[in-house]
Design a protein around this ligand. Structure first.
Ligand code: ARG
Length: 258
């Protein structure tokens, strides 16, 4: 009986990892089928951690003292329990570590619908911008399906039983307007993809657990915040992101007032 259960678990693990790795490319070293990169190519990328140094979400620097992330990342913490690592390719060492003065998540965030999944964090002290630490501009127009984009982070390299890499990874994907994403071909019911979301997809390419809150960038501007997905890189299920352009007013106002 126990053996049967074990084989089922092993099979599920194998299948789920193999889905991210069509060529069964062990050992794992990618977001899901991405590439290792240096922080200079994503200087806005930050790691959100507990003060003990454990990475749990990504974020992006949007001004010298402001980080944009996902609301669902902030749900179980107080600001005093958090720190942000900036300017480092490694999530566990290097760069600068700054504590968090305050954060606020969107009043309309709903964890069942995963709608309005954005939060703003204020750093205790502003950072000096360098080639490794630089704020990113926010997109202000609707996403166009088919536009090339890139998502980065220290999240796992497959849905189940994969670890998080220490080196920053990126993967190239294509934007999908929310209306296209909600269509039948993409398997999400039309009521699960809402106007304040945007999707991104690629052949077995996706963000995954631990990438949440991190940036999806196209043409030098941040288009999305990693939010949710059905599995990771599963065919027919694009990654879903909070749509920066439609939430920009809230992001700007909250950044200015917090
Ligand atoms: N919710 C996940 C996190 O907390 C991110 C999921 C993104 N999933 C995806 N398939 N794109 O890290």
């Amino acid at each position: 009986m126990n053996r049967l259960l074990l084989s089922v678990v092993a099979l599920v693990a194998l299948v789920s990892c193999a889905q991210g790795h069509p060529d069964i490319d062990f050992p794992f070293g990618r977001i899901v089928n991405g590439e290792a990169v240096e922080i200079e190519s994503h200087p806005y990328q930050v790691s959100i951690q507990t003060t003990k140094g454990s990475h749990f979400c990504g974020g992006s620097l949007i001004s010298s003292d402001t980080v944009l992330t996902a609301a669902h990342c902030m749900q179980s913490y107080a600001a005093s329990e958090l720190q942000v690592r900036l300017g480092s390719t490694s999530r566990s060492s290097g760069g600068e570590v700054v504590t968090v003065r305050a954060f606020k998540y969107h009043e309309g965030y709903n964890s069942k619908l995963m709608v309005n999944d954005v939060a703003i964090m204020k750093l205790s002290t502003p950072v000096r911008q360098t080639s490794k630490i630089r704020a990113i501009e926010l997109a202000d127009s609707e996403a166009v399906s088919g536009t090339n984009a890139v998502v980065s982070g220290w999240g796992t390299t497959c849905f189940l039983f994969c670890s998080s890499p220490d080196n920053l990874l990126e993967v190239g994907v294509e934007l999908l307007h929310y209306k296209d994403c909600a269509q039948d071909t993409y398997n999400y019911g039309s009521d699960s993809i809402l106007e304040t979301m945007v999707c991104a997809t690629g052949e077995k390419k996706d963000a995954c657990q631990g990438d949440s809150g991190g940036p999806l960038v196209a043409n030098g501007k941040q288009v999305g915040v990693v939010s949710w997905g059905n599995g990771c890189a599963w065919t027919g299920y694009p990654g879903v992101y909070a749509d920066v352009a439609s939430l920009k007013k809230w992001i700007d106002e909250t950044s200015a007032s917090l």
